[in-house]
Design a protein around this ligand. Structure first.
Ligand SMILES: [Fe+2]
Ligand SMILES: [Fe+2]
Length: 176
């Protein structure tokens, strides 16, 4: 069966973003390990959930490529930062990660617009909405960490995050 060709620029952007999502999972794993070692179990669970989300994002792009007759290419991942001076520094790192992920998603979308690749545009609509939520959560984490600078405040905050997770506040799919 023959497939309509993916424009070269769009294909390159989709491959790049697929690997950016895998890189995000790798970074979140390092963040989760750091939190576990700091006994910040709530944050560790939050970051572990992010690993799953980012891997699902990579799989979503891979499925799109396969549906269009292209074998996804998984590349080498850079070693993530694994050590942080404080929880605030860790969540700032996560926020910067999400901001650069948004840039990556927008890059794919711009290429898809330019090439009039409608199916890639529709795929990216999901990611664009997802990034609004991801950035919102990462900003909330930064603001909460800024507000809880003492040790007691920090463990209260960590328990608060655990309650959030138990309530399923961090939904997987963007609201539509
Ligand atoms: Fe993602
Ligand atoms: Fe993300």
């Amino acid at each position: 069966m023959s497939h309509p060709k993916i424009p070269a620029k769009v294909l390159a952007e989709l491959q790049r973003q697929l690997n950016q999502e895998l890189g995000a999972a790798h970074t979140y794993r390092a963040l989760a390990f750091w939190c576990e070692e700091q006994n910040l179990k709530g944050f560790a669970r939050y970051f572990h959930k992010q690993i799953d989300d980012e891997q699902r994002h990579a799989d979503k792009i891979a499925a799109h490529l396969i549906d269009r007759g292209v074998l996804p290419e998984t590349g080498a991942l850079a070693a993530p930062r694994h050590s942080f001076k404080s929880l605030l520094e860790a969540v700032l790192h996560a926020q910067a990660l999400e901001q650069s992920n948004t840039q990556g998603v927008h890059g794919v979308y711009e290429a898809a617009l330019e090439a009039k690749d409608y199916s890639a545009q529709v795929l990216m609509h999901w990611f664009i909405k997802e990034q609004v939520e991801e950035e919102q959560w990462s900003t909330e984490m930064v603001e909460r960490a800024e507000g809880a600078s003492c040790a007691g405040g920090m463990s209260d905050l960590d328990r608060h995050i655990e309650r959030y997770l138990a309530q399923g506040v961090f939904a997987d799919d963007p609201k539509s």
